[in-house]
Ligand binder design. Sequence first.
Ligand code: HEC
Length: 104
Amino acid sequence: MKRIIVSGVLVCATTLALADAAIGKARAATACAVCHGPQGLSMQPNVPHLAGQPEIYLVEQLRNYRSGKRTHEVMGVIAKTLSDQDINHLADWYASLQLSVQER
Ligand code: HEC
């Protein structure tokens, strides 16, 4: 019985995480993709990739831009428009993307 309850909670948590990532994806498409690429892979040499970065890292960077602890003219302005929830959704989406790496 206990096991059934625990797995029920896990399923809910996974479903919620997927829902968050979907919300983040929609937001990223309009607010971030122009610079960071539609799949989080930047096409510009001065813009970092976000795809596959750990969620905890992305959340921390966005909060730091917002608070001014990390300074950047453009990202500072953008991060100020984001709530904690927006940041979590966006970080969920970028962290959910998987990369494969190849040596040249
Ligand atoms: C106008 C272009 C532009 C847009 C739009 C933009 N970014 Fe950025 N972003 C940048 C640049 C340039 C940097 C590198 C800044 C630096 O050197 O600190 C950056 C850095 C970041 C970083 C830090 C990455 C790292 O490796 O440390 C995160 C996280 C990030 N952006 C998230 C977002 C999110 C989420 C959005 C949409 C809400 C967004 N950005 C929209 C240009 C942009």
